[in-house]
Design a protein around this ligand. Structure first.
Ligand code: NAP
Length: 250
């Protein structure tokens, strides 16, 4: 496979950083995109220190001009991005009766408008190259999760978005798939435990008790799945949602 460029959004930390590091180790030049350029730089520095190629780009993926600029900068600095991992995400959890319009809109903007804007900008390079991979982060919460009406709706929306892009872009050699993680130990799940007032270790223990493989997930687990979808050999796999949750159920 020729050297290729991948954009990973929300890659300063958590799952995105894990995906970025793995893609770099596999030979991709990686654009580490995150809201805060300085945080993104830390991840990019780790990649370059390990012998990989990476640049840090500060961008709010929900902003049309910023998303376009992130893709343009990637193309200029690393070459045309042929892999895009739409990973940037936020939570604004609350029960429906307490959920504000701001909570709703913020979550929709990052997960859905962000994935839309980044994909629309990046597909120009992929269709021109007649090869591309878009990988979207959904969640087991797409199946419903108390306190997450906004997030669950966005993550279910990501699945419909994925399947539709797969139909539209397949003829250009571009596959589009989604990964739906279960519990992955990151700042996001720490924030969930904090919101419900439970110590993180207790929260983890309770979640893991329901996971058939009897452990929590790691960013590496998701990076492995992303690596499969990005691979040459996965060219006949498109429009799929892979639950990476340690078992068949959320
Ligand atoms: P995380 O640790 O909170 O990291 C998310 C990253 O996205 C942060 O670096 C954050 O930047 C960045 N980000 C937020 N809004 C952004 C925006 N508008 N533009 C660019 N970057 C933005 O989360 P994570 O646990 O790694 O989750 C990554 C993805 O997996 C998310 O889509 C999440 O919904 C999904 N997921 C996670 C789990 C889990 O158990 N952790 C399960 C299912 C799905 P700041 O730090 O500056 O805010």
């Amino acid at each position: 496979m020729a050297a290729r460029t991948a954009i990973i959004t929300g890659a300063a930390r958590g799952i995105g950083a894990g995906v970025a590091k793995r893609m770099a180790a596999e030979g991709y030049s990686v654009a580490v995109v995150d809201l805060d350029e300085a945080s993104a730089q830390c991840c990019a520095d780790e990649i370059t220190a390990a012998g990989g190629a990476a640049v840090a780009i500060g961008a709010d993926v929900s902003d049309e001009a910023a998303a376009q600029a992130a893709v343009d900068q990637t193309a200029e600095r690393l070459g045309p991005p042929l892999v895009l991992v739409n990973n940037a995400g936020i939570i604004r959890d609350n029960l429906l009766f307490k959920m504000t319009i701001a909570d709703w809109d913020a979550v929709m903007a990052v997960h859905l408008r962000g994935a839309f804007l980044m994909s629309r900008a990046a597909q120009v390079h992929m269709t021109a190259a007649k090869w591309g991979r878009i990988i979207n982060l959904s969640s087991t919460s797409a199946l419903g999760n108390r306190g997450q009406a906004n997030y669950a709706a966005a993550k279910a929306g990501v699945q419909g978005f994925t399947k539709t892009l797969a139909i539209e872009l397949g003829r250009f050699g571009v596959t589009v798939n989604a990964i739906a993680p279960g519990f992955i130990e990151t700042d996001m799940t720490r924030a969930t435990a904090a919101r419900i007032g439970v110590d993180f270790e207790d929260f983890k223990k309770a979640v893991i008790a329901e996971v058939p493989v009897a452990r929590g997930g790691t960013p590496d687990d998701i990076a492995h799945a992303a690596s499969f979808f990005a691979s040459e050999g996965a060219g006949f796999v498109s429009g799929q949602v892979l639950y990476v949750a340690g078992g068949p159920k959320a």
